[in-house]
Ligand binder design. Sequence first.
Ligand code: FES
Length: 136
Amino acid sequence: MLEQWKLICKVKDIPPGGARHVPRGLAWQELPGVAVFRTLDDRIHALLDSCPNTGEPLSEGVVVGEHVRCPRHEWHIELETGCAVAPEKGCTRRYNVKVEDGKVYLDLLELNAPASRAEAALAGTYGVAPMVRAYL
Ligand code: FES
């Protein structure tokens, strides 16, 4: 599958140890967006903005080393894999990221793909994301 990189923001637009929420889909679809995280040493990761526990937005969490700590029940989710750190179980979808010249890109084809079967059913015949907003 070919990649279509979509400019999302600049690295400096994401606070160190924080995240930026990127909406997906049409407003009425109410799909979780993508959380784009910046570690303290400026590495960028992207996960579906939905905790594998009960779906809270991970973009509201805090990056701790290689994990994001979910604000709701404080599970730690690995930024590299999207999986919960043991003893917790479950994973959220991860997204490919490209960083070039201080700018962050996500793969538009990945963003447009349903993140789950339930999401595919919810998105219906309209698909997922005719628009992904960039913030430059
Ligand atoms: S919703 Fe994230 S830890 Fe419970």
